[in-house]
Design a protein around this ligand. Structure first.
Ligand code: CUA
Length: 343
């Protein structure tokens, strides 16, 4: 191996490491190290402690390996005498080294990690005064979101007030999923027949990507959600708009769209508040027009994407519970206009 080849290999390695580091920072894959709340800060603290300890162990072991290689080479060069072999086999200091490095150090490191992990878990679970309760139920493959105090129901996009502690009450009506918003908290499983809690607080307004973190079927990867932290005033406005009576269709096409929605199978699976649509199999669509995504962070919410989704939701998200629809183009357009008008 020539020095030039070695230099090139080192350069390629450095570029690969830099690319990986940058990839970890993209918006699509939020990092737990980019924390935006007290719970996430605790979790990141544990991560850094683990990283620090693992790095120290790695550096010490790698240093000892290099030291042993160099010492062995030096010994074997001039005179491969009996004296050298005797000295290398070592005496009591070598067994002390094994006790310290092989037993005492691992026990101390694991004990520190155990104590820190258990106390951190206890701290992030503690109930906070003034917390807002939000019920989230994991569905196949989306998230049902309810605000019990106000009766507001939505899906996949969870608005919270920034600066206020939130108590998520987590359930599942099918298999085990896991509720995870890397920038705001650790993950907690949603388990059928059991109620779990996840507490978090967003310190600043912003949009934080969440993801199901437990394999739950073929659309596990497309079981995303968002936590949208609003300023307290914006959050109150958001909630008030949804707890009011709701407005009916305001134009001819949206009125026609509403008729199509109620006549077709849509109303049997979806709820739109203050209408005859009270289905519970699919997400509540009462504020669909204000949402950013279709199908739990699968498609951007645009009229074109919505028409494609209604025509064949199995194409972008195979296996989900919504069947394809075969509507005349004019009716499909009216239906899209109606759904996009819902706020
Ligand atoms: Cu739900 Cu993975």
């Amino acid at each position: 191996v020539t020095p030039a080849v070695r230099a090139r290999a080192v350069a390629v390695g450095a570029v690969a490491v830099a690319a990986l580091a940058l990839a970890a920072c993209s918006d699509d894959s939020p990092s737990i190290l980019d924390h935006h709340g007290p719970e996430a800060r605790h979790v990141a603290g544990v991560w850094w402690l683990m990283f620090g300890l693992a790095t120290a162990v790695y550096v010490i072991v790698a240093g000892l390996v290099i030291f042993a290689i160099l010492r062995g080479r030096r010994r074997s060069q001039p005179s491969e005498g009996e004296a050298g072999v005797a000295a290398a086999s070592g005496g009591p200091s070598e067994s002390a080294f094994i006790w310290a490095g092989g037993i005492v150090a691992p026990v101390v490191i694991l004990a520190v990690l155990a104590v820190v992990t258990v106390t951190t878990t206890r701290d992030v679970r503690r109930a906070q005064p003034g917390e807002l309760q939000i019920e989230v139920t994991a569905k196949r493959w989306w998230w049902d979101v309810r605000y019990p105090e106000s009766g507001v129901v939505t899906a996949d996009e969870i608005h919270i007030p920034a600066g206020r502690p939130i108590d998520f009450v987590l359930r599942s009506d099918n298999v085990v999923h896991s509720f995870w918003v890397p920038q705001l908290a650790g993950k907690v499983d949603t388990i059928p027949g059991q109620t779990n809690h996840l507490r978090l607080e967003a310190e600043t307004p912003g949009t934080y990507l969440g993801q199901c973190a437990e394999y739950c079927g073929i659309q596990h990867a497309r079981m995303g959600f968002q936590i949208i932290a609003d300023s307290p005033a914006d959050f109150d406005r958001w909630l008030a708009r949804r707890s009011g009576a709701g407005t009916g269709p305001t134009s001819e096409p949206t009125a026609r769209g509403q008729l199509v929605f109620m006549r077709e199978a849509c109303a049997g699976c979806h709820t739109i508040r203050n209408t005859e649509a009270t289905g519970t199999l699919g997400p509540d669509l009462s504020d669909f027009g204000s949402r950013q995504w279709i199908g739990s962070v699968t498609l951007r919410n645009t009229p074109g994407n919505l028409a494609d989704w209604i025509r064949d939701p199995q194409e972008p998200k195979p296996g989900n519970l919504m069947p394809p629809t075969n509507l005349p183009p004019a009716e499909l357009d009216a239906l899209v206009a109606y759904l996009e008008s819902l706020q």
